[in-house]
Design a protein around this ligand. Structure first.
Ligand code: ADP
Length: 611
């Protein structure tokens, strides 16, 4: 919670004026009752009883006898009341605006920081955490913190300012009655906080029961054919009825407790009302004139009673919200406390550019504590070489390639790029030299041109600031065989694509991703099953763009269809995390080993689909 408050304190001028105006609102709300009291005593009864407004000099002292004097006093009271209402609405506007905008700003900062931190965490973190859970931290938890800052904080000011204001005023009129009126305040506060902590587990259990009931209903409706075919109507009806009953009973129980509690609170307010009526009334009757309570102040006590107790009842709710906000804060700041498992070394290697030599030296790798998925891999790749990776699904081909940009760290051995261990690089410098074109490339919401320029800072800036599409983007698209279809889109390069824009086919997405990689001009290219799932004509286009992409670069090509790596300089065949064979397409076929088996299996499969 302290960390949360720090985010709000960054806006301390706004926050402190917000708090001050909020206190003023509460004070302004207490004035009309004082005006009523003064009107009764002085205007109606014409008494000289001073009262608070006279004490602070807003009304003239002494008895008011003449009609003219009473009228003038009434006018003053009208002005005071009007000023109080005006003050109240102005300060209310200012305080709400200032406090809510502080909460919004804190929310924005927190979300930006959390997101920025999240995206820097290593891939291992993302493997171990569900997308839904992370989204709920970035969304619901951060929203809940904003709401807490926004509403519960104001509640706190409200309770403290109102109760202290009323205490001071009532005390100045009659300490004895003030004690009677204030006695229930701590009782109500503690009782409602305690009640809520106590009833919350019951509500939790109700929520669980209702969710069980719902999934039972959902299951039964989805499986209605099974119920019918086995004639299990009665069995299911009884099962549903049992859960319905449980839900009903728990609700009724909670209802009884809740209503009982609030009725108890009301009763306490009633007791205080009666006590003040009796003690105050008796004083008025029995005491000498100057010791007794004035009629107006007597009324004042009743006017303030409600003001006093209603915010107290909210204390329970605030305590509850505080609990919720606390657990949200734990999740959000827990995320912020995660240190990336993969970090740059102290004095990182920051080469101008990457040449493209890769070496795997006796590499073993396991995801977390699981059994290794790569074992004893040694492989030396020269710049410009095209390496095809073949092997069954799950053999470890993708994993091997992901070690090059250091998405994961090896468990044993080392991966070197240009003769330097990848762990010694500044990641940014290493990753700038490596591009991955995946099977279903992700396109961001934005224009086609933005998606192509994505990897290159300068081009992206040029695109954002200028009004024409930079040549680099067109050239890259041209090389990737994407220029034609992009130009044919409704707004050409300016067409919105991605989630909310024009939908592109798999082949088109791939060509955009290839253009993106070409523009970035990396020394090392990783192609992951880049040509599955597209028709033959597109495949031809893609092949052409791919061969342009991998010309003069080091390429690691993982392909489902072996024909795509047929022309590779070298093909590495993997099985169960190990390299079992390597050579060119021809030599591997003549060796009649694992590759030859994969190849003939593929030919068989192809002819089977062709039939
Ligand atoms: P291939 O690319 O040859 O199909 P992968 O490298 O994708 O093989 O997978 C190798 C093994 O590692 C498989 O057993 C797979 O289940 C496992 N694996 C892949 N990715 C992860 C991951 N993110 N977390 C845990 N295990 C993984």
């Amino acid at each position: 919670m302290v960390s949360l408050i720090k985010y709000a304190l960054r806006y301390w001028p706004r926050l402190s004026v917000g708090v001050a105006t909020s206190i003023m609102t509460r004070i302004a709300r207490l004035i009309p009752a004082l005006v009523v009291a003064a009107a009764i005593d002085r205007v109606v009864l014409g008494d000289g009883d001073p009262g608070l407004l006279t004490d602070i000099g807003l009304l003239p002292p002494g008895e008011i006898v003449t009609e003219a004097a009473r009228l003038s006093l009434l006018r003053r009271l009208v002005v005071i009341a009007a000023a109080a209402y005006l003050l109240r609405s102005l300060t209310r506007f200012a305080s709400r605006y200032l406090l809510q905008s502080t909460a919004q700003k804190a929310q924005r900062d927190l979300r930006n920081t959390a997101y920025d931190h999240l995206q820097r965490l290593s891939m291992t973190f993302f493997v171990n955490h569900q997308t839904g859970a992370m989204l709920s931290v970035l969304n619901s938890d951060i929203n809940r913190l904003e709401q807490f800052l926004n509403s519960e904080f104001r509640q706190l000011i409200r309770v403290v300012a109102t109760i202290s204001g009323i205490t001071i005023i009532l005390w100045s009129y009659s300490p004895k009655l003030a004690v009677i009126a204030l006695l229930p305040v701590p009782v109500i506060g503690l009782a409602s906080a305690g009640f809520l902590t106590w009833i919350e587990p019951r509500y939790q259990s109700i929520r669980e029961t209702v969710s069980r009931l719902n999934s039972r209903l959902e299951n039964n409706i989805a499986g209605v054919d099974i119920i019918k075919s086995f004639d299990r109507y009665e069995f299911e009806r009884d099962r549903v009825a049992t859960q319905s009953d449980q839900y009903h009973d728990e609700q009724i129980n909670a209802l009884r407790l809740r209503r009982g509690f609030f009725a108890g609170l009301r009763l306490m307010t009633g007791i205080v009302f009666v006590a003040i009526l009796f003690v105050g009334g008796r004083d008025i009757i029995l005491l000498a004139d100057d010791a007794a309570l004035s009629t107006g102040s007597f009324a004042l006590f009743f006017l303030y009673l409600r003001r006093l107790y209603s915010p107290m009842r909210r204390i329970g709710r605030s305590a509850n919200k505080y609990q919720q906000a606390k657990s949200s804060a734990e999740r959000v700041f827990g995320l912020l406390g995660q240190t990336p498992a993969i970090a740059d070394p102290i004095d990182p290697h920051q080469p101008e550019s990457i040449r493209g030599d890769i070496e795997f030296d006796d590499v073993t790798f396991a995801y977390g504590d699981r059994k290794p998925v790569l074992e004893g891999i040694s492989l030396s790749i020269e710049r410009g070489e095209t390496i095809g990776l073949a092997g069954e699904t799950g053999a470890g081909k993708s994993t091997l390639t992901r070690l090059v940009p250091r998405f994961y760290d090896v468990t044993a051995g080392s991966v070197r790029v240009d003769d330097v261990d990848v762990r010694e690089y500044a990641r940014q410098h290493l990753r700038r030299g490596v591009a991955i074109v995946g099977q279903s490339p992700y396109l961001f919401s934005g224009t086609a041109a933005e998606n192509i320029a994505y990897g290159d800072h300068e081009t992206l800036n040029e695109l954002r600031s200028g009004d024409s599409v930079p040549d680099a983007v067109r050239d890259a698209a041209d090389a990737a065989e994407a220029d034609r279809f992009v130009s044919d889109l409704p707004d050409g390069y300016e067409t919105e694509i991605g989630e909310r824009g024009v939908k592109l086919s798999g082949g088109q997405r791939q060509r955009l991703a290839i253009a993106r990689a070409i523009l970035n001009d990396p020394a090392i290219i990783i192609l992951d099953e880049a040509t599955s799932d597209v028709d033959t004509e597109t495949e031809q286009h893609i092949q052409e763009s791919l061969s342009r992409l991998i010309a003069d670069r080091t390429a690691l090509v993982i392909a489902h269809r072996l024909s795509t790596i047929q022309d590779a300089d070298r093909i590495i065949v993997m099985d169960d995390g190990e390299i079992v064979e390597q050579g060119t397409h021809e030599t591997l076929l003549t060796d009649s080993g694992a590759y030859a088996d994969l190849w003939s299996a593929q030919i068989d499969a192809d002819s089977a689909t062709a039939d």
